[in-house]
Write a protein that binds this ligand. Sequence first.
Ligand SMILES: [Zn+2]
Length: 412
Amino acid sequence: MTELTKTLELKLVDPNAHKREKLRETRAAYQQALQEAFDANCSTLGEANDIVGDYHLSGYAKNALKRYVPQLTTTYGANELSDDHPVRFTNEGVKIDHKPENTIKWYVKIPHHEDYHLWVPAQPNPEQRDWLEAVIAGDADVGEGRLLKRKDTWYFHLIATRDIPLNSEVPAEERTPIGVDIGEASLVTVCHRDEHGSPTNPELWTDEGKTVRRLRKRYFTTMRRLQSRESERIADTFGDELWAQIDDILHTVTREVVEYAESVEAPVLVLEDLTYIQESMDYGDYMNRRLHGWGFAKLHAQITYKAVERGIPVATVDPRNTSQECHACGEGGTRPQQATFKCSNDACWIEEYQADINAALNIADRYLSGESRSREHENGDDSAEDGASLTGPQDSQADAETQQATLGMYAS
Ligand SMILES: [Zn+2]
């Protein structure tokens, strides 16, 4: 068995004026409290508690905030706060209900303040209905809830965790790690080592990378032009179509990555851990481009769930410097061109190597060197493995444009 965590996305359906007002109040109070606790640099639950106490918020939102701020200030070392944080609620305050006999079949309970909550009808992401049913049946554990707003639409995200059986019972340390690099020159690159330790059978999705880049570029240029002419409706339709094309490519590539893994005996797919990258605001340009430009989190999420659904385990490793170290000697190197890694160690037999394959091998090697992190994070939250950050509005400001683009798919 392995645990799979997913962010379940629900769009709130036409809340009436009263409910909208309550949602707005909750969001405003939460963001104010968050800003105050962050500005005060609260690094413990107790410190955050002293600040949020006076705010007009439910205990569920306060408790979630108290846990979240110390993570921001210490673990992630964030140095600024984006102004678009979702309102978080601890799992005790969140509930969903299913009424199959109604036109709108799903309802979300959203805490407002102490003894007051709202039930709001919601439309789930159609691909996630089985997950919601698992939640209703008690087969999935519910984590944090998040309330967010994009343009004039409200969304509710629910973190859920489920056990999925694994086909093979090969012990973790006897598996063959397949490194998955999500990059720029190539959309995705996979590689592993054969039984003698030699790099073997690399596969690169370079053309797909080019296509996605081209579509994205077209998307942003056209959107800017259309929006400046105030033809927002046309812009939205156009954007949805382009984004659907990108999404198709991502789905095809991630399916092929999982097929690659199936061709290897006792595989484990190894990806970079997003937990710390995602919220760290000062990770540098290269990482930001990868994260936000490529739908990194989305690829990551798709590979994870497609693999797990096929019984292939997935592990994540520390992402630091995977593209700057030499897979042969471990020394640092340079990237004279985007697709080329050059080892700086004179004694190393490698002079130049395909950069994405080098990174994929480093990622694979970290699985066995014990730099692997457990996929199951504390509280099961803050993980972008499920694609939360790109399938819906999320915390980080830098990917706002990508989010809006992706959101179109599901918001319509
Ligand atoms: Zn080297």
